[in-house]
Design a protein around this ligand. Structure first.
Ligand code: SAM
Ligand code: SF4
Length: 470
């Protein structure tokens, strides 16, 4: 095992006893809930205690108010874009032994594979042919997957072009790195580096990650995105795996983490993920803490209110029905056309669980998901502008500055959707997509912006121009 570095003044910012006390001793108080909701509508991040107050407000009446507020925030403040991405599993070898994961080292029946260079080309080409522009590369933790290797994979991915297809943003979900590792990843031009804490609760963490393994070091993982930031990766994603421990604890853990990063770097995490644990090959799920649908919806709405500037990612672990419902509460990114089997994007047929990390809930093809979003008046966006314009970290959070969405996000969403419609969409999706775009243009408040949008859309449709962004 290599030496695990910690950041200079690294502290463990999670105090289990305090969080447990907050959960136990905070009671529903409808007056306070209304005050907190007003604060959220004002886009002010909530404190951990305020988040606990929302968690405690479990009555039907408060829950309805919470859902309504999350919907309103989504609609009024963040607009109707949904950013589309796809995960690409590069390798599933792993030296860790996480009890919930089909890639854990002690599970001999999992088929191990790392994409060969030619397979990487095939997979990325298939993703480009489906219309993707943003990928997240996923790795197990293994001595083969060094930072140099991962960085090289990122560079190769950017270099693969097919027709009008290209990947314009590569995010990473992989093991925590030391300072040098994060620097190497930054130099390769990554977007977000995601590390999920899995469980913020220390005893649970130790139970599911054997302490003898690399991942067994709770603090090294908790500190990882601080190291990432200090190495120049100012775009980081946090997350917890829901179902390992009490969801209320994990929500408060994530809010604590978010506030820690915000206090330290003047900017919180770029994204927050809230995967629910899924059935997986060779995994026996402990059902005690599995999160039911009602609680899941509540936790998503609570997170939306608690971290107003942070992008929220909802993955294909969830079924189409749940995705539809939960999206309303302020989700900003979803994956589409997802396959998580190694080399799965060039394969038809059922999921083969002994080759996958877990079973996914939404296996619909990309075009079907795009069509559904459009029918529900969301603008699917393939925009990668901010990161390429250097609008990251302190200068940029998904929803930061007033006017930002109007000036950048909505036009860029329309331009990238138009590219998708021209190059990849089925005829009905193309038809519905352009209707939505025209409707959006008609509602742009500023005439100059309207004219500029129409000009750019014409360049895409009539002159075949691509990659227009503001
Ligand atoms: N190996 C790296 C690590 O552990 O950080 C990369 C992460 S793993 C390939 C991606 C994420 O999948 C994990 O962080 C975990 O939260 C999630 N995951 C693992 N097993 C899962 C399961 N059975 N159901 C849902 N999500 C799971
Ligand atoms: Fe390995 Fe990550 Fe799976 Fe744990 S969650 S076994 S570290 S791939």
């Amino acid at each position: 095992m290599y030496k695990q570095e910690l950041s200079k003044d690294c502290v463990d910012f999670i105090n289990d006893a305090n969080i447990t006390d907050l959960i136990k001793n905070t009671k529903e108080d409808t007056g306070q809930v209304k005050e907190i909701i007003a604060k959220s509508l004002d886009k002010k991040p909530l404190t951990v205690a305020e988040t606990a107050a929302l968690i405690a407000a479990d009555s039907e009446e408060s829950t309805e108010l919470l859902f309504e507020t999350a919907r309103q925030l989504k609609q009024d403040v963040y607009g109707n874009r949904i950013v589309i991405f796809a995960p690409l599993y590069i390798g599933n070898k792993c030296i860790n032994d996480c009890t919930y994961c089909a890639f854990r080292k002690s599970l001999r029946t999992t088929v191990r594979k790392t994409l060969a260079p030619a397979e990487l080309v095939e997979q990325v080409t298939a993703l480009e042919d489906a219309g993707h522009k943003r990928l997240i590369l996923v790795f197990g933790e293994h001595p083969d997957y060094t930072p140099e290797y991962m960085a090289e994979t990122v560079r190769q991915t950017y270099a693969i072009k097919h027709g009008n297809g290209e990947i314009r943003r590569v995010n990473i979900n992989a093991a925590p790195l030391n300072y040098d590792g994060f620097k190497i990843m930054k130099e390769a031009g990554i977007g977000t580096y995601q590390v999920f804490q899995e469980s913020y609760h220390h005893d649970t963490y130790a139970k599911v990650h054997p302490p003898s393994t690399h991942k067994g070091n709770y603090l090294y993982r908790q500190d990882s995105l601080t190291r990432a930031w200090e190495s120049g990766c100012d775009d980081v994603g946090i997350g917890a795996l829901f179902g390992l421990y009490d969801w209320r604890f994990e929500v408060l853990g994530m809010v604590t983490h978010s506030r820690y990063l915000a206090d330290r770097f003047n900017c919180g995490p770029h994204t927050i993920s809230f995967p629910r644990i899924r059935p997986a090959h060779g995994v026996e799920l402990d059902e005690q803490y599995l999160v039911n649908d009602r609680d899941f919806k509540r936790l998503v709405a609570i997170l939306r209110l608690a971290v107003p500037y942070t992008g929220m990612i909802l993955t294909a672990r969830e079924t189409p029905e749940i995705r539809r419902e939960v999206m309303e509460f302020g989700v900003s990114q979803i994956d589409a056309g997802t396959r998580i089997e190694l080399a799965g994007y060039t394969k038809d047929g059922e999921q083969e669980l002994n080759k996958e990390q877990f079973e996914i809930g939404d296996t619909r093809p990309m075009d079907e998901i795009i069509m559904e979003l459009i029918s529900n008046k969301y603008i699917p966006s393939f925009c990668t502008s901010c990161y390429r314009q250097g609008r990251t970290g302190e200068q940029f959070m998904e929803f930061a500055v007033p006017g930002f969405i109007q000036n950048f996000c909505t036009p860029n969403a329309m331009f990238t959707l138009a590219e998708y419609l021209e190059d990849y969409a089925s005829a009905p999706t193309k038809d519905a997509g352009y209707k939505l775009i025209l409707d959006e243009v008609a509602h742009m408040p500023n005439e100059k912006d309207r004219i500029s949008a129409v000009t750019h859309l014409d360049e895409i449709r009539k002159a075949g121009k691509r990659d227009i962004y503001l």
